[in-house]
Ligand binder design. Structure first.
Ligand code: NZQ
Ligand code: ZN
Length: 380
């Protein structure tokens, strides 16, 4: 166990009618609120009306910022930050999934700086911990963004997708009934994201009998069990409730304490998304099994443990088989042909993707760009 500092800033309101239970939060926030949301799902399912009524009831002035796209761009962040500054908002409320919450968190931080936040963080390497306060109303579980301080953003000029350091929300509303309108493929893609967070954390470097590893494996196991329940009954509310909490648990930092993380599959998927605009969970469903197959010798012991404790199988090979079968049952892509992409995926494109992945030794072995290209080509 390595040294660490840990603190927990987010108040969680979980369950049916959680927004009602979170009402007191809205009494305490500033009067001018930037309401950040996506491309319309909250208008279609009635949540927009519910939230705006509540804000009015509480006497808040609402400035709307909509149209946050999946894989949010830095350009979108800059537009939101400029609006937040112009309108002098005092609070940012995100209503949506990981893309909306990430974008809102980075807007909230950017609004507190005159300088460009991307340059500040990645080009000048400076600390930037100022932010407007943020609240999150989650509509799809998977990323865990509602409970952490990362905003994953695509810088379309630099052609890089990266986690920007932000401040975690003050509070988050997790009502599993909001997930009922999510299309099946999207919901399973997001659940696979949760599973990959738990597995990627586990695959990182840790000493034996590390409690963070045991928590990660328990989350992975619970995620798989509840995915199986949803495969039997897509409207199983208990499974949806469990998956929503699994998602928050997998990315709230608990699995990362005192160890080095892996997240190689995430690094590759993020760059794949820059070039193809693919869905995050779908990209992971393709890359994670291909990556594990590639490193199966170096990661033998941990893959065997995943096989046993997550899939109830003996041996790394059988565990990998179970992982691939799960992807198939969930209707997620097993090859690039099945991945929704804005451009044709061929070897030339994969070369560009591989070359753009930042190399860091975080997992069981140090991969170079050639290895990454091979992993990607194995998905063709
Ligand atoms: O935009 P709207 O209209 O809201 O539609 C969204 C979007 O099309 C729709 N949706 C969300 N809730 C819905 C719904 N449709 C019907 N009913 C609902 N209740 O689902 C689509 C996908 O939404 P999105 O927010 O993009 O999904 P997700 O939560 O999977 O977020 C993915 C983003 O989060 C980043 C990913 O890279 C990606 O950009 N991540 C953030 C992380 C973090 N902050 O810690 C970690 C993750 O590893 C990940 O990188
Ligand atoms: Zn993820």
């Amino acid at each position: 166990m390595k040294d660490f500092i840990f603190s927990y800033p987010v108040r969680i309101y979980f369950g049916d009618g959680a927004l009602d239970k979170a009402q007191s939060e809205f009494d305490q926030i500033q009067d001018k609120v930037l309401l950040v949301y996506g491309e319309g799902s909250i208008k279609r399912n009635g949540l927009y009306d519910k939230v705006t009524s509540l804000l009015k009831e509480k006497g808040k002035e609402v400035v709307e910022f909509s149209g946050v796209m999946p894989n949010p761009t830095y350009q979108k962040v800059l537009e939101g930050a400029s609006l937040a500054k112009k309108e002098k908002v005092g609070f940012v409320l995100a209503v949506g999934g990981g893309s909306v919450i990430d974008c809102a968190k980075v807007i909230a931080a950017s609004a507190c700086y005159e300088e460009d936040l991307w340059q500040l963080q990645f080009e000048r390497g400076l600390r930037s911990d100022r932010s407007l306060p943020v609240g999150a109303i989650l509509t799809i579980a998977g990323t865990g963004s509602e409970m952490n301080d990362i905003g994953v953003i695509t810088n379309e000029n630099a052609m890089i997708k990266r986690g920007m350091k932000t401040r975690a929300p003050l509070f988050a509303v997790l009502d599993p009934s909001y997930t009922l309108t999510i299309p099946k493929r999207q919901l399973f893609a997001a659940a696979f994201d949760t599973l990959s967070h738990a597995l990627e954390a586990y695959l990182g470097q840790s000493n034996k009998d590390n409690v963070s590893d045991d928590i990660a494996l328990a989350i992975a196991r619970n995620t798989v069990n509840n995915i199986e329940h949803l495969l039997e009954d897509f409207f199983d509310m208990d499974a949806r409730r469990n998956l929503m909490w699994d998602s928050a648990m997998a990315e709230n930092g608990l699995t990362k304490i005192g160890k080095e993380l892996d997240f190689t599959s995430h690094k590759i998927e993020h760059q794949l998304a820059v070039f193809t605009d693919c869905n995050h969970g779908e990209g992971l469903a393709l890359i994670l099994p291909a990556y594990y197959a590639y490193i199966k010798e170096e990661a033998k012991v941990k893959l065997e443990r995943i096989a046993k404790l997550v899939f109830d199988k003996d041996g790394a090979e059988e565990g990998l088989k179970a992982l691939k079968e799960l992807v198939e049952k969930m209707g997620l892509p097993s090859s690039f042909e099945e991945l929704a992409s804005k451009v044709k995926i061929d070897e030339a494109l994969l070369n560009k993707v591989a070359a753009s992945v930042t190399i860091v030794k975080t997992g069981p072995c140090l991969l170079d760009h050639e290895d990454i290209l091979k992993i990607l080509k194995n998905c063709l």
